[in-house]
Write a protein that binds this ligand. Structure first.
Ligand SMILES: [Zn+2]
Length: 69
C-alpha cells in the first residue's frame, strides 16, 4: 500500500511543454481550450524562477469532444 500525499490530487503538466497561452491561464493547461471566465486552479508551478498558476476547465475537461488527446 502506497502513501500518496493527499495534497496532490492531480499530476501537474510540465510547464515547458505548455503553450504561452496555457501558461498565462488564457487556455486550459490540460486540453488547451479557451477558459473564458470559468475554470479551476489545479496548482502552482515554479518555472524559470517564476510562479505560474495553472488553470483547467471548470468541468474538469469533461465537455470536450471525446477522442481528443
Ligand atoms: Zn480543459
Amino acid at each position: 500500500m502506497t502513501a500518496d500525499p493527499v495534497s496532490v490530487p492531480l499530476p501537474l503538466p510540465d510547464l515547458a511543454r505548455l503553450r504561452p497561452r496555457q501558461q498565462m491561464a488564457i487556455d486550459c493547461a490540460r486540453c488547451a481550450r479557451h477558459l473564458g471566465m470559468s475554470g479551476q486552479v489545479i496548482g502552482d508551478v515554479r518555472y524559470r524562477g517564476l510562479l505560474f498558476r495553472l488553470w483547467i476547465c471548470e468541468d474538469g475537461c469533461r465537455s470536450r469532444v471525446r477522442g481528443e488527446l
